[in-house]
Design a protein around this ligand. Structure first.
Ligand code: ADP
Ligand code: ZN
Ligand code: ZN
Length: 741
């Protein structure tokens, strides 16, 4: 056996694992994650390393492999625990150890923390005044100006002095030499949370909130660490509950991580945490630079903060004494990584909590099928919060059958019901959200005569028409001018098919010329901060109507919105994904949750071509239980997660023939394993998009009742792929319980 070791992670680029021999006396004690001392380089310099795992064969020239010198007894540093977590992730999600380590460990970036410099006045006021008079007498203007500023404010920013005051460094040095001031510098770790007023308001918890808070506290004090699922309607006060739970662990000297989908990580949310925990809170988001992110990680490690809020990657915050991980909106697909290792933040959080004796809280108005299934089996503690915290009613929902609208001669995308409710709102000065699960000006271009759809030549997806008239591929960015004649049959009846957000915006402007309309989708939020600007403009009631894609229905609190229109509920329903019913139910419920957050009652109009579909019916009735019961029966019947476990084997390659042969062999290999294990093999099939940037893709699905069976199959397949050179030109990846295929 050989030990795999990474060395000195704080300083070296994390790009290689080294192998070392294990001395006999250490053999029984050595564990992954342990800190060891190893000889390194030509001079056999003794350096620190971490054991990441063990291998049976050695990748290097055996005569050159050195031995581990000793185990460092300090042991359980945070790195150690994160390395153990990385090893677990590699095991559970595939990929290499390096890929897992890079996901989990904070890696120092080239960009260093900013050095902040300032000038400090060393003289007393009286001495200063005398000196100032002296400079004035000598007509030393710059010196006088600087001293005057320092007398007004004894500590000045270096940038301010050299910028606004226009003082040069020699002048500063001269005053320093005369003992007037001191030039100080400090390494500051940037804190991205702007200082705000810290005023905590007191609320009286509802009995539902009280029950969860007390339950958690009792468990916590009794040393019981569990996973809790809070199923609470939007506005039931889940966030207040999380903050109270965090308070409990922080009180006991431990830290908390709060995961929030990036899109819902609003200023409002951050400020609520900031008000409660002051500058012991930090946030992580994609707008921070790599250096800033590293700084935040280091602040966490040094114990300068207690609470880290951020998207998926914040899960790996190196807190020395983690007490709690909260995952808000736990059903969100963004908690699953689309890069190797394709980990799910929920499962990984539960694993980290297990290693570090911490608790996990999952919260959602529409829990994922996985979490509810586990809660019902007793693996998680389930709490239900059925009522809104501030006496508001749940919104009233209408379902409109769009086929009937068509029959009645309404060919527009706004049903009669929606139009009349909009009119009412505009008269009363209340706000409206129109929601469409699609981006861009419009959908695909098709021929009404022969049905031909214009597709990207590099990806098998349809091109979308943008307002300028160009046709664009959303996968690879390919563009071409708009087509006027069908390339298949020559017909002139070719055009855009479905409505997009831009088209709805225009339609609303035409129908309600008096209304002010804002639009929020991928196209209007490309610029930095555009997202926040649109939302705050709408929150400040600078517009009557907000039209947008799913990014508008998450997490925001607009008290004056009393009407939400879902324009085409079916858009997320008919995709070739077994989760489409669940996705649709979640989106519709979230959209409904946007209406009536203030004092007035909200109304929701769901427009659909399939009003009889159970996901739409349950969403309209705001009945999670009805949805769950129906959906779980279907998953059990068809053997989909969470009833069974599913692994996708993704194969990709430039040569389609080679890819197909490779897939055939892979499938045959899995069928041979199947003789010994209860497996079901489906495919190879073309995934939704079967060619991206001229690379062909195929997928094989493998189902099994147990997750560990799939891990075993993955391990065997990895070995098989490695020893057969036929796979060299193919790229094969594994995806457990995939989200987007
Ligand atoms: P959720 O996270 O479940 O959507 P929030 O915690 O955001 O709910 O609560 C919704 C709103 O109600 C927030 O403005 C919050 O401050 C307020 N709120 C929550 N609990 C209470 C309470 N017990 N009393 C008064 N207001 C509350
Ligand atoms: Zn045609
Ligand atoms: Zn393309």
């Amino acid at each position: 056996m050989f030990a795999d070791v990474i060395v000195d992670i704080q300083h070296e680029k994390l790009d290689k694992i080294f192998q070392y021999r294990i001395p006999e006396e250490l053999e029984s004690r050595l564990q992954p994650g342990m800190e060891v001392v190893v000889p390194f380089g030509k001079g056999n310099r003794q350096i620190k390393g971490y054991v990441t795992g063990f291998s049976e064969k050695c990748e290097y020239d055996l005569s050159k492999v050195k031995s581990i010198l000793s185990i460092s007894e300090k042991g359980m540093e945070i790195e150690t625990r994160l390395i153990a977590l990385a090893a677990w992730m590699k095991e559970h999600y595939g990929g290499t150890m390096i890929q897992s380590l890079k996901t989990v460990l904070p890696i120092r970036q080239k960009e260093n923390a900013k050095v902040k410099k300032h000038l400090r006045l060393l003289l007393s006021e009286k001495e200063g005044e005398e000196k100032l008079a002296f400079y004035r007498k000598k007509n030393q203007k710059a010196r006088a100006r600087l001293l005057e500023a320092l007398l007004a404010d004894r500590l000045l920013d270096y940038e301010l002095v050299t910028g606004k005051l226009n003082i040069t460094l020699p002048v500063i040095r001269a005053l320093e030499d005369q003992g007037v001031l001191k030039l100080e510098s400090e390494q500051i770790y940037r804190n991205p949370v702007q200082q705000g007023t810290q005023q905590e308001r007191t609320i009286t918890f509802t009995s539902e909130q009280e029950q969860v808070i007390r339950g958690f506290r009792e468990d916590y004090l009794a040393g019981k660490r569990k996973t809790y699922l809070i199923h609470g309607v939007t506005g039931s006060g889940k966030t207040e509950v999380y903050m109270e739970m965090i308070h409990t662990v922080v009180e006991h000297g431990r830290q908390a991580i709060v995961l929030i989908p990036e899109i819902a990580l609003t200023y409002q949310t951050v400020m609520r945490f900031y008000r409660k925990f002051g500058d012991r809170v930090s946030i992580m988001n994609s707008r921070l630079s790599a250096g800033e992110r590293y700084d935040q990680m280091m602040r966490a490690k040094r114990g300068e903060i207690d609470v880290m809020i951020g998207p998926r990657s914040a899960l790996f915050t190196p807190f020395p004494n983690l007490g709690l991980v909260v995952i808000d909106e736990e059903h969100e697909p963004t908690y699953k990584s689309e890069q190797i290792p394709r980990y799910h933040a929920r499962e990984t959080a539960i694993q980290r909590a297990k290693e570090e004796d911490a608790s996990v809280v999952l919260g959602s108005a529409t829990p994922s099928m996985e979490s509810m299934y586990r809660a019902r089996k007793g693996e998680y503690v389930l709490y239900e919060m059925r009522h809104r915290s501030r006496m508001q009613q749940m919104a009233k929902v209408y379902t409109v059958d769009m086929r009937e609208e068509l029959k009645n001669g309404n060919h527009t995308i706004l049903s009669g019901k929606l139009q009349s409710l909009m009119e009412e709102r505009l008269e009363r000065g209340e706000q409206i959200i129109l929601f469409l699960n699609r981006r861009g000006y419009s959908g695909f271009v098709s021929c009404r005569e022969c049905g031909h759809v214009i597709q990207c030549p590099h990806c098998n997806v349809s091109l979308s028409v943008h307002k300028g008239g160009k046709m664009v591929c959303h996968y690879c960015g390919y563009e071409q001018p708009k087509i006027r004649v069908c390339p298949e049959c020559g017909s002139g009846f070719i055009g855009e098919f479905k409505a997009g957000t831009q088209q709805i915006e225009e339609m609303v402007r035409r129908r309600f010329p008096q209304a002010k309309v804002l639009r929020m989708d991928m196209d209007t939020t490309k610029k930095k901060d555009a997202h926040t600007k649109i939302l705050s403009a709408f929150a400040n009631e600078e517009a009557d109507v907000l039209v947008g894609t799913q990014m508008i229905v998450k997490g925001h609190d607009f008290p004056n919105v009393t009407l939400v229109g879902v324009l085409a509920a079916d858009m997320s329903l008919y995709t070739d994904d077994y989760r489409s019913g669940e996705r649709t139910f979640q989106l519709l419920t979230q959209a409904a949750g946007r209406a009536g957050r203030g004092m007035r009652e909200g109304e929701v109009v769901i427009q659909t071509y399939s009003p009889e579909h159970y996901a739409i019916k349950a969403a309209a009735a705001q009945d999670y239980k009805a949805f769950y019961e129906q959906e779980i029966r279907y998953r059990e019947l068809l053997g989909y997660p969470p009833a069974e476990e599913l692994m996708a084997v993704l194969a990709a390659g430039e040569d389609e023939r080679l890819l197909e042969t490779g897939c055939k062999y892979l499938k045959e290999y899995v069928l041979r394993i199947k003789g010994k294990a209860p497996l079901e093999v489906i495919g190879p099939a073309s995934p939704g998009v079967d060619k991206i940037k001229d690379i062909y893709r195929r997928v094989i699905y493998i189902k099994a009742p147990e997750y560990r069976t799939l891990i075993r199959v993955k391990d065997l397949m990895e070995q098989y792929i490695e020893i057969n050179s036929g796979f060299a030109k193919l790229r094969i990846q594994f995806d457990f319980n995939p989200m987007n295929l």
